[in-house]
Structure formats: C-alpha cells, structure tokens
Ligand binder design. Structure first.
Ligand SMILES: Cc1cc2nc3c(=O)[nH]c(=O)nc-3n(C[C@H](O)[C@H](O)[C@H](O)COP(=O)(O)OP(=O)(O)OC[C@H]3O[C@@H](n4cnc5c(N)ncnc54)[C@H](O)[C@@H]3O)c2cc1C
Length: 394
C-alpha cells in the first residue's frame, strides 16, 4: 500500500484532529480509562455529546457507501479513529458503529440495512454484543442459547455473559442456536433485538470496587421479529466471522499509545531522580525507544489492515495479527510506565497521581485487550492455520 496521504486526506486529518482537540477541552476530569464511560453519568453524557457532534458531521458513517450516507472512504475512517484515539475522545459506539454497521453493509438484507443503519449514523441508539456464554467463549460455536423460529418471530431462551455495557445499550446483536439438530457451525443465527424487549434481564457483574462494565444477560421466551435476522437462518457463523474482522482492527487504541508515550517521554524529560532527569537513564531511554518503534510498527500494520478492508481483501489472519501485536504492546507500554513511575503509578484521583492517574487505569485495563475480541492464543491459532498454513493440533 501507499503510506503517503493525499492532499485531501491531509486536510481531512487536520479537521478530525481539530474537532477532537476541541472536544478534549470539554472532557470530564473523571474520564480516565474506558471503564469511566460506564460508571460516571458525566462520562456517558459526554460520550453521547461527542457522538451527536460526530453524527452531525456525518463522521459515524464515513466509510459507508454513498447510498447509505457515507463517502466510501475507508482511509477517512482510519484518520478519524486516529484523531479520537490520540485525544482520547469517545462518541463512537464501538459495537454499533465499529462492528455492527460494517457487518450489516456486508451481510444484511436491504430491509435490515435501511432500518438499522440510519439510527447508527445519527447516534440515536447504542448497541451491545451478546455472544459469549458461561461455557462458550473461545469455542463460541458450542453456545447453547436458542432462537427457535415460530411464525414470523424467533423465541430466544438462554444466557449470555461478559456483555460489555448491556446495562446502558438500547439494542443488542447476538448469536443463537437456531437448529439444535444441524451440524456445528451450520446451526447458528445472528439476530438484532431491542434490549427492552420483555423477557430480557440484565444483571451487572460488579467489580470489587463496585463499578460495572460487564453483565450477564438472561433471555426468557424473548420474542424477536424474524425480519431482524442478519444473513441466512443457520448461517450466522459466517456473519460472526465477518464481524470479528471489524472488531479486531481498530486503530484508536494504537493512537492512544502514541499519546501515552508522548506524555511518558515528557515526564521523563521533566522528572529528576538522583539529580538526573529520568530521560538520561540508559535503561529507560532504551525501553522508550523500543516502544516507539513498536508503536510505529503497530500503526503501519493498522493502516495495512484498513487498506485491505477497503479493497475487500482482508483475510482472517490480518486482523488477528494486528489484534495480537497491538494488545501485547498495550501491556508492554503499561508495564514500562509503571516501572518508571514506581509506587506513584498505582495512584488515581489523587494529587500524587502522575499524569492524572492514566497509567493506573491502563495498567489494570491492559490485560483485557488480550482476552476480549477473542483471546490472543486463539488469534495465534488463526494466524497459524489461515495465514501460515500450519496443521491443526489434536
Ligand atoms: C474485557 C472483556 C470484554 C468482553 N466483552 C464481551 C462482550 O461485550 N460480548 C461478548 O459476547 N463477550 C465479551 N467478552 C468475552 C470474551 O469474548 C471471552 O472472554 C473470550 O472469547 C474468551 O472466552 P472465555 O472467557 O470463555 O475463556 P476460555 O475460552 O475458557 O479460554 C480460557 C483460556 O484458554 C485458552 N484457550 C481456549 N481454547 C484454546 C485453544 N483452542 N487453543 C489455545 N488456547 C485456548 C484461552 O486463550 C484462554 O487463555 C469480553 C471479555 C473481556 C475480558
């Protein structure tokens, strides 16, 4: 791919960064780490405010085909994500805008696209993803929640878990067993449903500190219109794979690291230990430089994945490779920062917390990215099988 931006892209990038920089000025002080979104009303309101601002500018549908209100420019979406990631701005529903919309464009009927895409572009609804179950995570195809067709409805029963933000979301997309007799991977259907439908119960999974991000969701004879199916009945596995590719290829996280590293470098330049700036310590310099190289590599990989997506040439391996590399790098960066900061790195919401406590958040959040969106071990299997053609292990 050509890594050089066109003049038009450079101008668009500047505009994205300008707007995100202005929105950063309005960010609530308690918005530190992604968990804050679900735990402070002020942060949720800020998220919705940013979403409306982006919707007004058409930025939630940037890469959509023109007939659905977009410009078809995948690179614009990447540049916008970069700006948001760098300034740490929410406002793009990772489930609705990031995952579901491109999946609908790729796999849904015209009727479903016409009904569900406009509210996503207008930031009128938020979504959650209901895939995992207590006994089906990595091996998702072994899930047991059912959606049985009866007339012009599906009746859903069963339990999902680890549903991020289900306590806030308006709508959900989920995968269910729709033919218990059919062979594995050809027995699942992908459905869209209003989270307020009678029979859906959301139970928050409380953190030790009382915060909530994830939930258990119970379905008890939940009736969903049959027209809300994405793809064909019993062929939901193909839809799952399409969505997973979009789920694993976000660049915002990488740009968050670019900003994080900049802040860390500034801290090392300004902070003296034993009479010397930290930036003169050869071990620290070495690790900062290595991290800078790794972040640049992750960024290039993300551009490449976006370019492949744009040309409809992305393989399962490309998104998996980016996901593994970026999530491992997120961990290394968090470890580096906490090594440099020492005990102060464990403090948040305190005058003793360097850099507004962002590293405390990143340190305890960084592990989740190696698990969510399919664990890194599973991604490595995908790379081995589909990318390198290695045999499957028994
Ligand atoms: C922060 C976070 C947010 C999440 N949000 C959502 C959400 O919104 N919606 C949703 O549906 N789910 C969500 N999940 C669930 C997530 O998708 C699952 O946790 C993940 O797929 C792993 O499944 P599991 O937890 O059941 O672990 P398991 O599948 O039980 O795996 C346990 C361990 O065994 C390893 N392992 C399993 N099988 C293999 C294999 N074949 N080869 C090598 N190693 C293997 C795994 O890598 C892992 O280390 C979220 C999880 C996290 C951590």
């Amino acid at each position: 791919m050509d890594f050089q931006f066109t003049d038009e892209q450079t101008a668009r990038r500047k505009e994205f960064f300008q707007v995100c920089s202005e929105l950063e000025e309005l960010k609530p002080a308690e918005f530190v780490g992604f968990e804050a979104l679900y735990n402070f009303d002020s942060c949720w309101e800020y998220d919705r405010r940013c979403a409306k601002e982006f919707a007004k500018r058409g930025w939630l549908a940037l890469h959509w085909p023109a007939e659905y209100g977009g410009s078809g420019a995948m690179m614009d979406r990447v540049l916008f994500s970069e700006a948001r990631g760098y300034h740490g701005i929410p406002g793009v529903d990772v489930f609705g805008v990031g995952m579901l919309a491109p999946t609908l464009l790729a796999a849904a009927s015209e009727e479903v696209k016409r009904e569900f895409l406009p509210p996503i572009a207008a930031a009128e609804v938020t979504w959650c993803e209901l895939w995992s179950e207590p006994n089906a995570g990595s091996d998702l195809a072994s899930l047991t929640a059912t959606a049985m067709k009866k007339g012009d409805e599906y009746i859903i029963n069963g339990q999902k878990t680890w549903t991020t933000g289900a306590h806030k979301a308006d709508w959900g997309f989920g995968v269910f067993k729709s033919d218990p007799e059919a062979r594995s991977h050809h027995n699942l259907s992908f459905l869209l449903f209003d989270m307020k439908t009678p029979g859906i119960t959301v139970r928050p999974l409380l953190y030790m500190n009382g915060e909530t991000i994830y939930n258990e969701v119970y379905f008890d004879d939940v009736r969903v219109p049959a027209k809300n199916i994405v793809g064909q009945e019993n062929e939901g596995w193909a839809v799952v794979n399409t969505l997973a590719g979009f789920e694993r290829s976000n660049i915002d996280q990488i740009m968050g690291m670019v900003r994080g590293l900049e802040t860390l470098v500034a801290y090392c330049n300004e902070t003296k230990r034993n009479g010397q700036p930290l930036a003169k310590d050869s071990v620290i310099r070495n690790r900062l430089a290595q991290t800078a190289c790794d972040i640049e590599a992750a960024r290039s990989l993300a551009y490449r994945v976006a370019d492949l997506q744009n040309r409809n040439e992305m393989s399962l391996m490309d998104a998996s490779a980016l996901k593994v590399f970026a999530s491992d790098l997120g961990e290394r960066l968090a470890f580096l920062a906490t090594d440099i900061l020492g005990p102060y790195g464990q403090v948040k919401f305190s005058r003793w917390a360097p850099m507004n406590g962002q590293w405390e958040s990143l340190y305890h959040e960084c592990f989740v990215f190696t698990i969510s969106m399919g664990t890194n071990e599973i991604q490595k299997n995908i790379i081995a099988w589909y990318g390198l053609g290695l045999p499957r292990m028994k």
